[in-house]
Design a protein around this ligand. Structure first.
Ligand SMILES: [Zn+2]
Length: 70
């Protein structure tokens, strides 16, 4: 399961194991999911972000928070 960089609808960046087909912990909505953000613990719409679209500082910020399986 690859780690992906994820952004919640509040703009927090974190990393998560992004289950490709099935997830118990998140409601799938196309490319977005409703999942618990590890930064503030709130349920938010989240979407994966490509690392090439982020600065190194943003990638470092994302790596400070890990949500586990989503
Ligand atoms: Zn958040």
């Amino acid at each position: 399961m690859p780690d992906r960089i994820v952004r919640c609808s509040d703009g927090h960046l974190y990393t998560a194991q992004w289950a490709p087909f099935f997830s118990l912990r998140a409601v799938r909505l196309g490319s977005r999911r409703f999942a618990r953000c590890p930064v503030d613990g709130r349920w938010r719409l989240v979407t994966t972000v490509e690392p090439r679209d982020l600065t190194e500082a943003e990638i470092e910020e994302a790596k400070r928070h890990h949500a586990g399986l989503q």
